[in-house]
Design a protein around this ligand. Structure first.
Ligand SMILES: C[S@@+](CC[C@H](N)C(=O)[O-])C[C@H]1O[C@@H](n2cnc3c(N)ncnc32)[C@H](O)[C@@H]1O
Length: 314
C-alpha cells in the first residue's frame, strides 16, 4: 500500500545531475517525500556510497523504510536540525551534496485528511508532521484579525488579505473554521464581494500562506542555510528546488556572489538576518534551471519550480 504513493518528481534528472554524484560519495536528500530524487541518487552510488534522507512527515519516513537499502540512513526530523545528525554521524564537512525539493508532496496534497487542499474537503490540518504542533484550524480559530492579516499579506502576498481576514473573523463569531471547505468558502465569498476575477482559484494564496506559517517554512530554510557550510565538504554541492518567490529570494540571496543595495532593500526587516548567513561567501552560485515546457505540460505543479545550484568554494 505504502509503495503505491505517487509523487510526480519535479526536475528529477536536472536536480540529481546537478549534484555530480561520485559513486562512493555521501549525499543528503533533505526532503525525501516519496523518494523520487532519492531513488535516482541511490542508483548512481556504488556499495561504498551513502545516502542520508530526511523528512518531517511520518508517512514519508514509512515510505523511506520500505524502499531504501542499507546504504541509507533515515532521519525523521526537520531539515533545520540536519547539522545535529551530521555531527552525530561524525560527517561534518564530509557531505558531497545536499538536495532540497521544497514544499509539499502529492502524497500530502492528495490526502484530504491532511487538509492541504482547497479542492478536497477535510479537517483543516496542514501540518507536514501531523503528530506535533497546532493545526491550521486551531490557529485560525485562536488568532486575532491582525495575525491572520499579517500571514495572508506577508506570506501569501494576497491582495485581498484585509477582506478575507475580516470575513474569517466574522465567521468565527458564530462558528469555528474546522474544514478546508469552511475556509475555502469564506475566501471565495470575499473575492465575490470585491467582484474580482482571476484565473487562479481564489484560495490558492491564502492556503499556501497558512501552510507556510503553520510549518514555519521560511524559518526552516534560513536555519538550514545558516549551518550548511559546516555540513558540506570543500567543493560540495547545494541544490535547492523552490516553488515560491519568498523562498527563492532567500536562496537566491544566499547563493549570490554580491549583495547589492537593491537586494538589501528588497528584504523586509525580519528577512534581514539572511544577509549575514553567507557573508563570508563560502558559496559560489553555479546555475539556475527551470523545468522544460515538456515537463510543465506533463506536470502542472512544476511550472513555478526553480532549481538553484551552488558550490562550497572554501
Ligand atoms: C516536494 S516534496 C519532495 C518530493 C521528493 N523530492 C520526491 O521526489 O518524491 C517535499 C517533502 O519535503 C518535506 N519537508 C518540507 N519541509 C521540510 C522540513 N523543513 N524538514 C523536513 N522535511 C520537510 C515534506 O514533508 C515533503 O515530504
Amino acid at each position: 500500500m505504502i509503495n503505491n504513493y505517487k509523487h510526480n518528481t519535479v526536475l528529477l534528472n536536472e536536480a540529481v545531475n546537478s549534484l555530480h554524484i561520485k559513486p562512493d560519495g555521501i549525499y543528503v536528500d533533505a526532503t525525501f517525500g516519496s523518494g523520487g530524487h532519492a531513488k535516482l541518487i541511490l542508483s548512481k552510488l556504488n556499495k561504498n556510497g551513502k545516502l542520508i534522507v530526511m523528512d518531517r512527515d511520518p508517512l514519508a519516513i514509512k515510505v523511506a523504510y520500505n524502499i531504501l537499502d542499507n546504504r541509507c540512513y533515515i532521519i525523521y526530523d526537520n531539515f533545520s536540525n540536519m547539522i545535529k545528525y551530521i555531527k552525530k554521524l561524525n560527517l561534518l564537512g564530509h557531505i558531497d551534496g545536499i538536495l532540497l525539493d521544497l514544499g509539499i508532496s502529492s502524497m500530502q496534497l492528495d490526502d484530504s485528511n491532511r487538509g492541504f487542499s482547497y479542492m478536497k474537503n477535510g479537517p483543516l490540518d496542514m501540518r507536514m508532521n501531523n503528530t506535533i504542533g497546532y493545526t491550521a484550524g486551531y490557529w485560525l480559530n485562536h488568532a486575532k484579525y491582525n495575525d491572520i492579516y499579517s500571514v495572508l499579506h506577508n506570506l501569501g502576498e494576497e491582495r485581498y488579505a484585509k477582506y478575507i481576514s475580516k470575513n474569517i473573523c466574522r465567521f468565527k463569531k458564530y462558528n469555528s473554521v474546522t474544514s478546508t471547505m469552511d475556509l475555502s468558502k469564506i475566501i471565495i465569498k470575499s473575492y465575490k464581494n470585491i467582484n474580482t476575477y482571476s484565473k487562479k482559484h481564489p484560495a490558492t494564496k491564502s492556503f499556501r500562506a497558512i501552510r507556510m506559517f503553520i510549518n514555519k517554512e521560511l524559518e526552516e530554510i534560513k536555519l538550514l542555510l545558516s549551518s550548511i557550510s559546516h555540513i558540506l565538504s570543500f567543493k560540495g554541492i547545494l541544490s535547492i528546488i523552490s516553488f515560491h518567490s519568498l523562498e527563492d529570494r532567500i536562496i537566491k540571496h544566499f547563493m549570490s556572489p554580491i549583495t547589492t543595495i537593491d537586494s538589501v532593500n528588497s528584504f523586509s526587516i525580519n528577512q534581514q538576518s539572511i544577509l549575514n548567513i553567507n557573508k563570508d561567501k563560502k558559496f559560489k552560485f553555479l546555475k539556475k534551471i527551470k523545468p522544460s515546457l515538456n515537463e510543465i505540460s506533463n506536470n502542472r505543479r512544476s511550472r513555478s519550480a526553480i532549481l538553484r545550484i551552488a558550490q562550497k568554494i572554501y
